[in-house]
Design a protein around this ligand. Structure first.
Ligand code: S3P
Length: 172
């Protein structure tokens, strides 16, 4: 099974992906890490030196490559991956796509922590006073793409393991 996790920044895509991969005993691939390794640059460095448009092209390029990859795996996307070009059409060609849906409040609480902000170039320089409004607008723009996923799972106030179990129920 090739399963894709998507959702806004800090919705737990990578953490839940790792748990799922362990439970199913299959490979876990984080698209951001995959791009970082292939390009030999961190996401922050890629944004800074090559620009966001370059990064978005690479997301689509590697997503297409992974769609052709043999074997079973769990793939976690970057928060913006579903929202560019025809990426959601690609995503829905995998066996299952899951939208990890979080509330504005939970997203704000997580992303306002410095350790979660600093590695994310789109929000790193936004003050916490302005962050909630930024996320609200951004989520509003992005939600229509996320909602094209085959399954939606609410993540607020749930433990990672519980979320993983819910996903297993809908995909197996
Ligand atoms: C982005 C989310 C990040 C990363 C990049 C851009 C976005 O991934 O791909 O910083 O556009 O929302 P996470 O969702 O893992 O933070």
């Amino acid at each position: 099974m090739k399963l894709v996790l998507l959702g806004y920044m800090a919705s737990g895509k990578s953490s839940i992906g790792k748990i799922l991969a362990q439970k199913l005993d299959i490979l876990f691939i984080d698209l951001d890490n995959y791009i970082e390794k292939k390009e030999n640059l961190s996401i922050s460095e890629l944004f800074k030196t090559k620009g966001e448009i370059y990064f978005r092209k690479k997301e689509t390029y590697y997503l297409q490559k992974l769609l052709k990859k043999d074997g079973d795996f769990i793939l976690s996307l970057g928060g913006g991956t579903p929202c560019y070009g025809n990426n959601m059409d690609l995503v829905n060609q995998f066996d299952a796509s899951i939208y990890l849906k979080s509330s504005l409040q939970q997203t704000f609480l997580t992303l306002s922590k410095e350790e979660n902000k600093k590695s994310r170039p789109l929000i790193a320089s936004i003050s916490n006073d302005d962050l909630k409004e930024f996320i609200a607008k951004h989520l509003f723009e992005r939600a229509p793409y996320y909602e094209k996923a085959m399954h939606h799972v609410l993540i607020d106030n749930k433990k990672m393991d519980q979320i993983a179990e819910e996903i297993l129920l809908v995909v197996t």
